[in-house]
Design a protein around this ligand. Sequence first.
Ligand code: AP5
Ligand code: MG
Length: 221
Amino acid sequence: MAKQIVMLGPPGAGKGTQAKRLSEKLGIPHVSSGDIFRENLREQTELGKRAEVYVNRGELVPDDLTIAMIRERISRPDCDDGVLLDGFPRTAPQAEALDDMLEALDKGQVDAVPCIVLPDEVLIERLTGRRTCRAQGHIFHITFNPPKEAGICDFDGSELYQRQDDTVETVTNRIRVYLEQTQPLIDYYQQRGVLLEVDGDQSIDMVFDEIISVLVGVQGA
Ligand code: AP5
Ligand code: MG
């Protein structure tokens, strides 16, 4: 099975939902750049303060900050056997920086890029109804994936909140930013032969099964 995995897809496609499950199944850490930014925002670290204005507007945090943050994270020993990246890379310079850091760390190359595809109108509905757990970032949806008890995480009992960037206005901007800056990475990985397109417009279980079946086909499985 692939070891260095990048989850690609627009905001709301289900990257986080699938990455949490995949990480358990594959036994490699789930590294979400958005989760790391939100954690830093909450704790008001120096990084959090610098990233805040971008995250809340749905703009991308500058590449230098983001790249340094991910480099530090994937250098940790828990990533020795592979990593499942969610939300990074998002620009061409980030993709090139990832190649360089994997090489410098002697981890080979990105070997699978599941790309979850679905129409814009579905994305908006998914994001505006999303609820996220305060403690560990577990993901729910008020209609499509509701918690057993409204407002409470099924897994750890913590409060569910609505992300500040999940308003219709910010979501629309995030989708625009994705199309302009991140969609070109589809070509980048397709040319390398590692892109694996997945239909995101089906149930969470079905998307998961499809990702597993495409990953099984990857060399080294
Ligand atoms: P980030 O946190 O990465 O947000 P995103 O890419 O916009 O993606 P989302 O987390 O919104 O969506 P998702 O695909 O994970 O969907 P989810 O599984 O939650 O980034 C946030 C911000 O941080 C950025 O805007 C930027 O400012 C900054 N940032 C992060 N990385 C950066 C980088 N590399 N460079 C620069 N800046 C960066 O699912 C969505 C909803 O749908 C949930 O409610 C879920 O329950 C539901 N759902 C999921 N799957 C299904 C299904 N199959 N059927 C029905 N409902 C479903
Ligand atoms: Mg996410």
